[in-house]
Design a binder for this molecule. Sequence first.
Ligand SMILES: Cc1cc2nc3c(=O)[nH]c(=O)nc-3n(C[C@H](O)[C@H](O)[C@H](O)COP(=O)(O)OP(=O)(O)OC[C@H]3O[C@@H](n4cnc5c(N)ncnc54)[C@H](O)[C@@H]3O)c2cc1C
Length: 462
Amino acid sequence: MSARIAIAGGGPSGLMMARLLAADGHRVDVFEADDEIGGLCRSRDVDGFMFDLAGGHIMYTKDVRVAAFWDELFVDDPTQEIVRDTRIMHDREHWVSYPFENAVGELPLEANLECTEGAIRAYLERPTTPEPSNFGDWIEWKMGAGASKHFMTPYNEKIWKGDLSQMNTSWIAGRVPEAPLEDILKASLGTTTEGYTHQSVFRYPSHHGFADIHERIAAPVRDRIHLGHRVTQIERRDDQWIVDGEPYDHVISTIPLHALPKVLVGMDPAAADAARKLQYRGVAAYIFGIESEWVRPYCWVYLPHAWQGPVNRMTYLSNYSPNNAPDGKGSILAEVTYAGEAPDVTQAGQKALARQLGDAGLLDADQVIVSDGHVNPVSYIFYDLEFDTKRNAVLAACDGLEGFHALGRFGRYEYHNSDQCLAQCLDLHARLAPVLGKGGGELGAPTGDTGGGNGRGGGPAL
Ligand SMILES: Cc1cc2nc3c(=O)[nH]c(=O)nc-3n(C[C@H](O)[C@H](O)[C@H](O)COP(=O)(O)OP(=O)(O)OC[C@H]3O[C@@H](n4cnc5c(N)ncnc54)[C@H](O)[C@@H]3O)c2cc1C
C-alpha cells in the first residue's frame, strides 16, 4: 500500500525526503510557501551573474553517503573542485589566512604579539580556570585576548547581532577550529600552519549556482510540488494527519520550530511556549557584478571590523565556477546578518552597500556592472543561554507525535548545512522504510518530469 505523506517546505530537506519516499512508491505532496523551491539554497541568474540568494554556499561533507549521492546526482555535469583559500581582512594591506590563530604571523607585528601573548596566557590559565558557559567569555578563555580583540569578538558581534555574553557555547563544537599552541607559535614566527582541513577542497555546481543541487534532487518529484502553498494547519484526527484539510498518513515538517505553534493544532502548551521563544537571525545577501581586476584569488573573505561596513563575509562567487559570471567579469556576494528589521535590499540599498565596500577598498562602486539583493528572514539560529532547554522541550513534544517528523535546519533547529540535512533525510528514510514498506507505485511513483527541471539533469532516483 502507498502511504500518503505531506511534506511542509520545499527546501533541500523537504525535496530530498520527497525524492526518497516517492522512489519507494509512496504518494508525496510537497507544500512550499514560496513561489520557488530551494529555501536558503536558491540561486538567481542576474544578467549572467549567478546570485546565491542566502549568501555563499559550498559543497563539502564528511558523510560518505552524501558524497556518493552528489557524485551520482552530477554524473552528467561534474562539479567544480575548489581549493579553499579564505582570508580575514585585517586592514587594506593585511589579508590574514584562515583559521586566524594559524596565521598570526601575517598580522602587523604589534597585533601578532598581542595574539601570540594572549594565546600563551590563555593556554597557561585554562587548566585552572573553569570553561565559561557564555560565548563572549569563552572566546578569550579559549583563544586569548589578542585573537578576541583582532578577530573573534568583532566578527561574532557583527554576525550574531547580539550580546555574546548572552550566547551559549554548545554550537561551537567542530565549528571554531582549535589550533595547538605549537602551531600558533610557529605561525607567529612566520610559518603559517594549515589549521583544520575538512573544507580544504570543496565542490560547487558547474552550472546554475548552488541551486543546481536541489533542482536535481527535485527533478523526479516536480509534479508533486505545490508552490505558493504555505501550510497553515496540521491536525491529528483519529489515526490520520489532516494538513490544510487533506488527510495524510505521515507529515514531515521543515517548518521552523518557532512558527509551529500557529500551525500544529493542539501542540503541548509548554512546548509551544518554548518554541515561540526560540531566536533566529536573518541574512540579507547582495550580488555585485564587477570588473575582474577587483576579483582577488580567494574563495571568501571575512570582514570583522566596523570600518569595513556592515558586511560580515563576502564571497568571490565568480571564482567558484567559470559559469558564475560572464567572461572577463567577476562577482562579489556580500552577506549582512540582521535581527529585527531587514536591511534595505532595493537598488538604493545595493548602491549604499557598494559605496561601503568601495570605501573599504573592495570594489569600485562606480563601476558595478549589475547588482541585486535578497532578504532571508530565517537564516541562522541564535544560541541564547536557554537555547538547549527550549529546543529540547519542543523536540521532545514533536518527536513524541506518531507519524509527525520534524526535519531540517529550522525544522529541528540544528546548525546544519545542506549536506547534513541530506544525511538526516537518509537517516529518517531508513527509519521510516520498515514502517511504510514499499508503495504500490501507481499512486506514489510520480510519472512525467524525471529529466530535470529547467533543462537540468535528473540524476539517479536514489
Ligand atoms: C549564510 C548561510 C551560509 C550557508 N552556507 C552553506 C554552505 O556553504 N553549504 C551548505 O551545504 N549549506 C549552507 N548553509 C545551510 C543551508 O542553507 C541549509 O542547511 C539548508 O538550506 C537547509 O535546508 P532545509 O530544507 O532544512 O531548510 P530551508 O532551506 O530553510 O527550507 C525550508 C523551506 O520551507 C519553506 N516553509 C517554511 N514554512 C513553511 C510553511 N508553513 N509551509 C510551506 N513551506 C514552508 C520555506 O519557504 C523554505 O523554502 C548556509 C546557510 C546560510 C544562512
